[in-house]
Design a protein around this ligand. Structure first.
Ligand code: XLS
Ligand code: CA
Ligand code: CA
Length: 442
């Protein structure tokens, strides 16, 4: 069955002048930018949950979209799961997207009995593997949903109940096995309910130790069954819990280092989570990259007027430009760009699903082209380097090399008597240069 007949073959690059709706204006998969093709810089992925699952339900109303894929989910759960796979692979082939991501419960309908879940996941795993072999589409990352079921109301790894903890471990074990079977590049942990509402009922120290132990056991099991990819932590400061333990990259990196997990784990940075933490997307990417832990990206954006996780498709070219600067400077990602994004509730047609991905892919293609232009122009990088010139020689070079003592630094200052001006930060000048680079001749 064909689900999206209005796209005949595949969405193609038609250039910035094109007026065709179903065409890329900037994403040109084989165009070489800074020595790599766009496709290599931007391994795009489709999220199973938003694209094939989310049907527009919000707190105030039900579905506005048809994501049944022609099958009654209650009567025929596996027929529904397979139709979803067919729709997903048709969509990715038509979009020219080579990767996908899932939670276990996105693939098959969730039920209480975990042995039934295991059977369902085994069956869908075979089906996915066959589809991957037929199409060449690959798995970017897998994860388990240890936050939706009622047993996780007090957390999963941070639950007060060891029984709940073991159910989370069972889900993670199966999802890791699926990830290995399908050749996934990564395995994600988003701590959906790993946090707390009040310290009146919470032993924070024990909860954090238990989470670290769950990560450690997952790492050990993954390596035992042949998983060679990276484990990713996806920081998020709030929603659903008030205090989430993986608040932001700096917090998550510190946690991983404190528990000896830094060689196996990296960050999966979601733009909307960064802004919820009061940071820019670029800040989170920089913190991760500087720690050598920039792994993957959940590409979306939030809304500064709405204080929650709106998961909108990325349209902000400035933000994508700054993000791509970080990615390019880091030499690329170990993972990819997963559109953890969903259509707005009122964009309820199948056509809208394609428009959303064209928007997202073109936005990041523009971001990449802009990042390359900034790097090639060189003025901004030269200025940043020049600002730190006093650390390139004399006492500054000694401090940089971690060879100076406090007495030496003080002696330097006493000798100078009065401190020289550190120089203008020139923010406006470089914002203006940035606009010139981005928009050029009009
Ligand atoms: C939710 C998260 C989730 C993770 C995977 O806010 O973004 O979708 O990406 O569990
Ligand atoms: Ca996400
Ligand atoms: Ca989100």
């Amino acid at each position: 069955m064909e689900f999206f007949p209005f796209v005949k073959e595949k969405i193609l690059f038609k250039g910035p002048e094109a007026k065709e709706a179903f065409a890329f204006k900037y994403y040109d998969a084989d165009r070489v930018v800074l020595g790599k093709t766009m496709k290599e810089w931007l391994p795009f992925a489709m999220s199973w949950w938003h694209n094939l699952g989310a049907a527009g339900t919000d707190m105030f109303g039900g579905n506005t979209m048809d994501k049944s894929w022609g099958v009654d989910k209650e009567k025929d759960p596996m027929g529904y799961a397979k139709a979803k796979v067919d729709a997903g692979f048709e969509f990715m082939q038509k979009m020219g997207i080579e990767y996908y991501c899932f939670h276990d419960v996105d693939l098959v309908p969730e039920c209480d009995d975990i042995t039934v879940m295991y059977e369902r996941l085994d069956e869908i795993g075979e089906y996915l593997l066959k589809k991957q072999q037929e199409t060449g589409i690959k798995l970017l990352w897998a994860t388990s949903n240890c936050f939706g079921h009622r047993r996780y109301m007090n957390g999963a790894g941070s639950s007060n109940s060891a029984e709940v903890y073991c159910f989370a471990a069972a889900q993670i074990k199966k999802a890791l096995e699926l990830c290995v079977k399908l050749g996934g590049k990564g395995y994600v942990f988003w701590g959906g309910r790993e946090g707390y509402e009040t310290l009146l009922n919470t032993d924070m120290k024990a909860e954090l130790e238990h989470i670290a132990q769950l990560f450690t056991m997952a790492r050990d099991y993954g390596r035992k069954i042949g998983f060679t990819g990276k484990f990713y932590i996806e920081p998020k400061p709030k929603e659903p819990t008030k205090h989430q333990y993986d608040f932001d990259s700096a917090t998550a990196i510190g946690f991983l280092k404190a528990h000896g997990l830094e060689n196996d784990f990296q960050m999966n940075i979601e733009a909307n989570h960064a802004t919820l933490a009061g940071h820019t997307f670029q800040h989170e990417l920089r913190v991760s990259a500087d720690a050598g832990m920039l792994g993957s990206i959940d590409a979306n954006e939030g809304d500064f007027l709405l204080g929650w996780d709106v998961d909108r498709f990325p349209a902000d070219v400035y933000s994508a430009t700054f993000a791509m600067l970080e990615v390019v400077r880091a030499g690329g990602l170990t993972g990819g760009f997963n559109f953890d994004s969903k259509n707005r509730r009122a964009s309820n047609t199948y056509e809208d699903m394609f428009h959303a991905f064209i928007l997202g892919m073109d936005t990041f293609a523009l971001g990449l082209l802009n990042a390359a232009a900034i790097i090639e122009d060189g003025r901004i990088d030269e200025f940043v380097k020049a600002r730190y010139a006093t650390f390139h020689e004399g006492i500054g070079a000694k401090i940089d090399a971690k060879q100076a003592t406090l007495e030496e630094c003080a002696a330097y200052a006493l000798d100078k008597k009065v401190c020289a001006d550190p120089g203008s930060g020139a923010e406006e000048k470089y914002q203006e240069i940035l606009n010139q680079i981005l928009f050029g001749k009009k």
